[in-house]
Ligand binder design. Structure first.
Ligand code: RUB
Length: 321
């Protein structure tokens, strides 16, 4: 149809769904860039090149395709909202320009925010600290890397993070930053907390009550950290704040394929069982010591104030048909 997403958008959507592109911040910037690619393609395509309304419709359709890839990281719809709300002009060329500019501004802000929150998070870490990580979060890594840049000597205990083992990516990136890494299986976390000074995790979404939605296993880690007396922070740019939770909605937890947990043959051998594979969980605010954002650090219970300030007008859906 006229509003079919361009090949670039379909490709990005596919890469997000298959987790070739993953992690909340990376997904957000890829989505914003895909909208810019859609704008460039639509400014050339026969059906949209000279029809501003058709052009707008093709951008909305592209945003819907991107939106449907994964449900939990709110940075994805927040990115789409940011770009579409800035789409303006009465000619296709003006519309195209506004989308491309908004997309570039969004990605610049995202990078800047990560740098700024890295400084805040780094201030919470002391020279000689050992940190524990879960999954792979570019926001969490920004804090550790900034601490290293401040001249602090940091080492890390990295949880492998079943079933997709994003911990391996974290281990590699920390090693590249000169941080000595010890990789452990997830179930060894409590044992190693005795040797850890700070737990640093990321977030896919932050709810209005301060609940932190992040990779499955984060909530158990937080409870264990509290029991061991180890502080835990979540590093999350404000793009992770989930506006719909202001009006009582809950965050959808993605359920992924059982083949990530057990291979079909082994499953067959066991016989009749159920297998479930939730990708994320919710850490209640009382188990999280701080949410570190580019606007400073917040106790989870007070994040709602920032959320109202930034997303108070609610969760518009500029991609609706
Ligand atoms: C990734 C994950 C990360 C957050 C934050 O899950 O839970 O901790 O997305 O990452 P998945 P970042 O691998 O399933 O996408 O700080 O890079 O936004």
């Amino acid at each position: 149809t006229d509003t079919e997403p361009s090949p670039a958008v379909s490709e990005t959507a596919e890469s997000i769904a298959t987790m070739e592109i993953r992690g909340a911040a990376t997904i957000a910037s890829a989505a914003a860039e895909a909208l810019a690619e859609q704008a460039e393609a639509a400014a050339e395509a026969d059906a949209t090149a000279s029809d501003p309304e058709a052009f707008r419709a093709s951008l909305r359709a592209a945003a819907r395709t991107l939106r449907e890839t994964r449900p939990t990281a709110v940075s994805l719809p927040n990115a789409l909202r940011y770009v579409l709300q800035r789409m303006e002009g009465d000619s296709v060329d003006r519309l195209r320009r506004s989308v491309v500019d908004a997309s570039e501004a969004f990605v610049r802000q995202l990078d800047r925010a990560q740098e700024d929150l890295g400084q805040v998070g780094a201030n919470r870490l002391a020279d000689g600290d050992t940190v524990m990580t879960h999954c792979h979060s570019t926001d969490a890594l920004a804090c550790i890397e900034a601490a290293v840049e401040q001249g602090k000597s940091i080492s890390a205990v990295v949880k492998e993070t079943r079933p997709r083992q994003q911990g391996h990516i974290t281990a590699e990136q920390l090693r590249d930053a000169g941080v000595p890494v010890t990789l452990i299986v997830d179930s060894a976390a409590r044992r190693y907390l005795d040797e850890v000074d700070h737990v640093v995790v990321g977030a896919d979404s932050i709810a209005a009550d301060g609940g932190v939605i992040n990779k499955i296993g984060t909530s158990g880690l937080a409870v264990n950290a509290r029991e061991r007396g180890v502080p835990i922070m979540t590093a999350a740019q404000t793009i992770k704040l989930h506006p719909e939770t202001l009006t009582g909605h809950t965050v959808e937890i993605e359920m992924r394929d059982e083949a990530e947990v057990i291979d079909p043959e082994a499953r067959e051998a066991i016989g009749e069982i159920d297998v479930e594979n939730p990708a994320f969980d919710v850490t209640p605010p009382r188990y999280m010591d701080a949410i570190v954002t580019e606007q400073g650090q917040f106790p989870p219970e007070s994040i709602v104030t920032l959320m109202r300030e930034l997303f108070g007008e609610g969760a518009a859906e500029p991609w609706a048909e």
